[in-house]
Design a protein around this ligand. Structure first.
Ligand SMILES: [Mg+2]
Length: 414
């Protein structure tokens, strides 16, 4: 088998409501680039990458010069072909490699008649549990619904997600408002579900002292971990010395060099593995193996996926022996998907690992076209800007918090 063609299509798919985070906002939708790798026998493998537009589509087109004629089974060689760590100093292609790895695994699974999880060592579990992933939100630009700003609104969001999807782990995204206010909100969520697990993630915008203050104040809760309270391994190490909650990161240990540094002088307890940021599902499995040897925890990170990427997270979650936490997903905030059958269903807070050959998801071409056209109409959005505070930029550590009493509606193109 040989790779015959590579195509990429950028799409944008609406969210229920804009999701606020420490650096800005998801402006009511996700932008993703869908990658199709076609083999010379007609099989098509699917990949997905965050962001997109003409430049992302051009990057994948440019990979044809490297990969047309390449055997999709030679995935490790593909790493050195397009993302050799020394040759790629000027063209970091880790995320490009990830999308192409997904597609090659998808082709191989289809060719061999087995799901990707079986190529990767075989399923240890049939379903992967997920966390609720609670965000402060602006109102939907479509119909004005879905705002989350007050304590009551956040608790109601958590109740609703638990009712609809069955979550028993609640991750709250903070870093938007003053930490004292977010502490009040987080406590209220934890009180509402005393038997569920909780975790908090302010996206590393606190000072170390603030991280210690917040961490100490939530030590009594049923915490999985405290995620990225502060930026940098040294800040994490100092926080860890003072707070009796495991610390997790998707920010300061995101490659093998950093993982080695963290093993030698530990600053983080739980490594959140992202199939895109680490350069593929196989890289995440390798990282999880290192974590297993050093007795560090692992969980599955979400960078805002559609169904193809979600499938990679499910196959990853299925094969990791040391996955001891619910995975993260933004997935249930989406209103639709570009795969056949629409959004993959949750049951009891978990999603079934696909069992059909390859990744186990297929493109719905009508949806792909519909959301590619929506992308052409709306373009990208500035992830690192807050539509409610034009010109605002956070500091690290931040003190430029949003105001929880500010309920002015924001204008977001849709
Ligand atoms: Mg995070």
């Amino acid at each position: 088998m040989k790779i015959a063609d590579i195509r990429a299509t950028t799409v944008t798919v609406p969210l229920e409501a804009p999701l606020r985070h420490a650096n800005g906002c998801h402006w009511g939708r996700f932008v993703r680039t869908i990658v199709e790798v076609e083999a010379d026998n007609g099989l098509i493998g699917l990949g997905e990458m965050g962001g997109g537009g003409e430049s992302a589509e051009a990057v994948f087109r440019a990979m044809k010069a490297y990969l047309v004629g390449h055997d999709p089974a030679r995935i490790e060689e593909m790493r050195f072909l397009i993302a050799n760590p020394t040759a790629s100093l000027y063209n970091n292609r880790t995320q490009v490699l990830a999308a192409l790895e997904f597609a090659c695994l998808d082709i191989l699974g289809q060719a061999w008649g087995i799901p990707v999880s079986e190529i990767l060592g075989g399923r240890l579990r049939e379903r992967v549990p997920f966390a609720s992933y609670l965000f402060f939100r602006y109102s939907s630009p479509e119909d004005g619904s879905g705002e989350v700003r007050s304590v009551e609104q956040m608790v109601e969001l958590a109740r609703g997600l638990k009712r609809r999807f069955g979550f028993t782990t609640h991750k709250m995204k903070g870093g938007v408002f003053h930490p004292d206010y977010e502490l009040e909100v987080f406590n209220a969520v934890a009180r509402e579900f005393p038997h569920d697990k909780v975790r908090f993630d302010p996206n590393a915008v606190w000072s170390t002292e603030q991280a210690i203050r917040f961490g100490k104040a939530v030590e009594h809760l049923n915490n999985d971990y405290l995620e990225d309270p502060v930026f940098g391994l040294n800040g994490m190490r100092r926080t860890r010395q003072m707070v009796r909650i495991p610390l997790a990161t998707n920010t300061v240990v995101v490659n093998f060099e950093q993982l080695a540094a963290n093993a030698l002088d530990t600053a983080v307890d739980v490594i959140l593995l992202d199939t895109t940021f680490w350069g593929g599902i196989r890289a995440c499995i390798k990282a999880a193996g290192i974590c297993e040897a050093f007795q560090l925890g692992v969980a599955v990170h979400s960078s805002g996926e559609l169904g193809i990427q979600l499938a990679t997270m499910l196959h990853l979650g299925a094969v990791l022996p040391n996955l001891s936490f619910a995975a993260d997903a933004h997935y249930h905030h989406l209103t639709d998907d570009i795969i056949e059958g629409g959004l993959l269903p949750y049951r009891c807070g978990s999603i079934e690992v696909p069992k059909s050959p390859g990744l186990g998801v297929k493109l719905n071409r009508d949806k792909l076209k519909q959301y590619a056209e929506l992308y052409k109409r709306l373009g990208g959005y500035p992830y690192d800007q807050d539509p409610g505070r034009p010109g605002w930029t956070p500091l690290i550590p931040n003190d430029r918090w949003a105001d929880p009493s500010d309920g002015r509606p924001v204008k977001i193109p849709h």
